[in-house]
Design a protein around this ligand. Structure first.
Ligand code: NAD
Ligand code: TYD
Length: 346
């Protein structure tokens, strides 16, 4: 089986590439990635010399490149991860989010339609359902109610992907996973940001009151679910993929501080994210009952593994945190802290 992976140099895509090459000797992977700030070829060092792996540097928004790839390589399936994946960046700079997540997905779907691709796995998120009141859980037919430019772009691309199934019969499967965590995650998302700050002895900036709830899924469990759906998922269907582990952010950050030996006083509350979704919750009943998949790594174990990985890879953290990351951190956090101080003074 030959799989074209998009965004395979990012966090989840690289975990999927490593998992597929390690677990199935018949798999060949082509990885199309533009190497944005989030793309990192270091994530693929364990597989870089494999004869069954090839990296292609390029943009999913480039129709000629994408069409040529499908024509020349004739992959059996596309697993589409490439995206601008961060809510805070989508708030600060929305344009690239719509460009990659909508135009890029459209470009891939169109080439897949013309070249009659065998299977198209569109990797999406539970954020498309928006914020849910307790005790609601989103099943796959729940209404879409995205709040941020990021989640709106993912909801749009989900609908686009489904329309290619309904209109053209393209064998599309849409997956919606909850918040992933694990090794190699760029330190802009909650868990890796808090771990890397904690390991440096820095402050841990919680947005608002920190009582927002997320469901946490270990990245390898997500990738195993995608592998299962590639094989057993039904065409035209949507599958939620959750970790069955709902926690308020403050609890997650407290655990990270404790594991790093930092006092709770290092946790600082900063100005909240605009449009911040209070609670995500999803039901994974469908994938569990249809395929037998279920998460294998509990939060305590997953968090311990993740902290250990960051502790053992200071060079990786240092390199990704140099350069552009500093100006992002300045824009996203220092203004938030200043705003809060000004509000307290007023
Ligand atoms: P990431 O930001 O770590 O990686 C994204 C990758 O896509 C990078 O390697 C980047 O270089 C590449 N890319 C971006 N724009 C591109 C373009 N125009 N052309 C080619 N490559 C491009 O993202 P991630 O966290 O690994 O997420 C992967 C996918 O999973 C995304 O579609 C995201 O919406 C979805 N998802 C993520 C989570 C999560 O918790 N991180 C949860 C559910 C779903
Ligand atoms: P994030 O990892 O950005 O994922 P998402 O917004 O896609 O769920 O954030 C997870 C939660 O953590 C979210 O409620 C926002 C919050 N958060 C903080 O409180 N502080 C931070 O520095 C970050 C990055 C996130």
């Amino acid at each position: 089986m030959k799989i074209l992976v998009t965004g395979g140099a990012g966090f989840i895509g690289s975990a999927f590439v490593r998992l597929m090459l390690a677990s199935d000797p018949a798999v060949r992977i082509l990885n199309l990635d533009k190497l944005t700030y989030a793309g990192n070829l270091e994530n693929l060092e364990p597989v870089a010399s494999s004869p069954r792996y090839r990296f292609i540097s390029g943009d999913i928004c480039d129709p000629a490149l994408v069409d040529r790839l499908l024509l020349d390589e004739k992959p059996d399936a596309v697993v589409h991860f490439a995206a601008e994946s961060h809510v805070d960046r989508s708030i600060l700079t929305p344009a690239p989010v719509f460009e990659t997540n909508l135009r890029g997905t459209f470009t891939l779907l169109e080439a897949a339609r013309v070249r009659r691709l065998g299977r198209f796995l569109h990797v999406s998120t539970d954020e498309v359902y928006g914020s849910l009141e307790e005790p609601l859980e989103a099943s796959e037919d729940f209404p879409l109610n995205p709040s941020s430019p990021y989640s709106a772009s993912k909801a749009g691309s989900d609908l686009l992907a489904r329309s290619y199934f309904l209109t053209y019969g393209l064998p599309v499967i849409v997956t919606r996973a909850s918040n992933n965590y694990g090794p190699y995650q760029f330190p802009e998302k909650l868990i890796p940001l808090m771990i890397s700050n904690a390991l440096e002895g820095g402050s841990l900036p919680v947005y608002g009151d920190g009582m927002q709830v997320r469901d946490w899924l270990y990245v390898d469990d997500h990738c195993r679910a995608l592998r299962t759906l590639l094989e057993k998922g039904r065409e035209g269907e949507i599958y939620n993929i959750g970790g069955s582990c709902s926690l308020p952010n403050l609890e997650v950050v407290r655990r990270i501080a404790a594991a790093a030996g930092l006092p709770a006083s290092r946790i600082t509350h900063v100005v909240d994210r605009p449009g911040h979704d209070r609670r995500y919750a999803l039901s994974s009943r469908k994938i569990v009952s249809e395929t037998g998949w279920r998460p294998q790594v509990g939060f305590e174990e997953g968090l311990a593994r993740t902290i250990e990985w960051y502790r053992s890879n200071p060079g990786w953290i240092e390199r990704v945190k140099s350069g552009e990351y500093r100006s992002y951190y300045q824009r996203n956090y220092l203004d938030r802290e200043r705003e809060l101080r000004d509000a307290r003074r007023a």
